[in-house]
Each structure stands twice: as C-alpha cells, then as structure tokens.
Design a protein around this ligand. Structure first.
Ligand code: ATP
Length: 238
C-alpha cells in the first residue's frame, strides 16, 4: 500500500520548548491511524506541524503522496489534498451551514463541487436540514459535523482530525466515529488525534502512542488495545 503521509524525524520547538522530539509516523492509503497520548504530549503540535500552521519546523521531513511538503504554506498543503479539522471546530459562526461548506471548496477548480455537497449532506442529513441556518446556532455535535463536512469539501486524500469527540455527548461521539469509518470506506485516509483512546483504537487500523514529544509505542490497534501498559495508562483499565 502506498503511503499517503510520511513524517520522518520531526522536531519542533516553541521557543525553548522542544515540543516534538523526532516524531516519525506514516499513514497508508485506506488506513485510519490514531495518535493517542495524554495532555500536552504533542498531538496537536504534530498535526499543526504537518499542515504547515506552525510555520517552519526545526528539522525533519514531511511527505504527502511522496511529495515533500514541509515548508509549504498551509493553503498549498490543503489544496493538494491534505485536510485538517481543527480542535475547537473553527467554523464561521455568522455564515450559514452551506456557506461554511462552500468555504471548504473555494480553491477548487473542478466541476465536482455540487456532487460533493450532495455527498456531505448524504453523510450528515442534519446539516442538510439546517443548510440555511447560521452556523453559530448549531449544537456542538452539529458544529463538529460541519467541520468534518467542510474538510470533505476540499476533496482530500487524507483528513487529519484533532479531538473530534471533545466536549460531545456519548451518543454524538458514536455518530461521529461511525462517520469517520464511513468516510474511510469511501477511500479517504484518516489521521485521528484523540484523548478518547478507546474509541479511537476501536475504529483505527493502527496507532501510535506519544509521550512528551516522542513516539513510545506503535502497532496494530488490536495489539495496542491488548497491551497492559497502554490499558493502564490510556484505557482506564488496571
Ligand atoms: P492536549 O490534548 O492537552 O491538547 P497535546 O498532546 O495536543 O495536548 P500540544 O498542544 O501539542 O499537546 O502541546 C505539546 C507541548 O507544547 C506542551 O508542553 C505545551 O505546553 C507546549 N505548547 C503548545 N502550544 C504552545 C505554544 N503556543 N507556545 C508554547 N508552548 C506550547
């Protein structure tokens, strides 16, 4: 399977803080890969370094479909097929649901935009029902759906998601994770960052565990779920 995303020895500093200390990971075509870890481990920093939002990385290399992308501007990285759903959603509250979705596709020049809008509304009927409503009136779960929908409108090869379950009720979390599985079945790879490690490992093919800026373990999701140290540290089992 070819690699959609490959990160090699990524180092990142916030001033004096060495937040990422040689992170290497990859995501192949058709995979859901999860990056799990505790507060402040470096999960968000990893995603934002890959998508270019943090500017220049200290060292390392990032490849998308074999093309080197570290050093490119975030909009360029997004336009070649790597989408990111940010933690905290970052939707445009004063725009309608459909306007928010169209923001995801404004860089595209192909003619498939209206088909993709139908695809997104098919995945999220609740967004279709609320297409003319301003985004700020949506519930937290619906806003998360909108963020995922907007990322899909970029027609990405891979979506990176930062804590899609954050602050949501269990039923909505279940729904969001089902959608992630469905998107993946439709051919989009997923790099999923979660504190909800159990839910993430249940839908992922593989996982990486990050602690204080370093990958400490990786493997198939099944092996990670059965690993006693991981159970004790991240899955709430003793
Ligand atoms: P959480 O799940 O709590 O969001 P995380 O695993 O996503 O955690 P990061 O947000 O990537 O962790 O943070 C990694 C480290 O970098 C932490 O020590 C954090 O304090 C530090 N850090 C993050 N953002 C900044 C910033 N803008 N300036 C300085 N240090 C930062």
């Amino acid at each position: 399977m070819s690699k959609v995303l490959e990160v090699k020895e990524l180092n990142f500093h916030y001033g004096e803080i060495h937040a990422l200390q040689g992170i290497s990971l990859d995501v192949s075509e058709g995979e859901i890969v999860t990056l799990v870890g505790g507060n402040g481990a470096g999960k968000t920093t990893t995603l934002r370094s890959i998508s270019g939002l943090l500017g220049k990385i200290t060292s390392g290399e990032v490849y998308f479909m074999g093309q080197r992308i570290d050093g490119l501007k975030p909009h360029k990285i997004a336009s070649i097929g790597l989408a990111q759903c940010l933690e905290g959603r970052h939707i445009f509250g004063n725009l309608t649901v459909s306007e928010n979705l169209m923001m995801g596709s404004y860089k595209r020049k192909d003619k498939g935009v209206s088909d993709d809008l139908d695809y997104v509304y098919g995945l999220f009927p609740r967004l279709k029902e609320r297409e003319k409503q301003s985004a700020k009136t949506l519930s937290g779960g619906e806003q998360q759906m909108l963020a995922v929908g907007r990322a899909l409108m970029q027609k990405p090869k891979i979506i990176m998601m930062d804590e899609p379950s954050l602050g949501l009720a269990p039923l909505i979390i279940k729904e969001i994770f089902e959608i992630i599985k469905a998107i993946n079945k439709d051919g989009i790879s997923v790099l999923l960052v979660e504190q909800n490690s159990k839910a993430a490992l249940q839908i992922a093919h593989r996982g990486y565990v990050i602690e204080t800026g370093k990958i400490v373990t990786s493997g198939s999701a099944k092996d990670l779920m059965n690993d006693e140290t991981i159970q004790a540290s991240y899955l709430g089992k003793k």
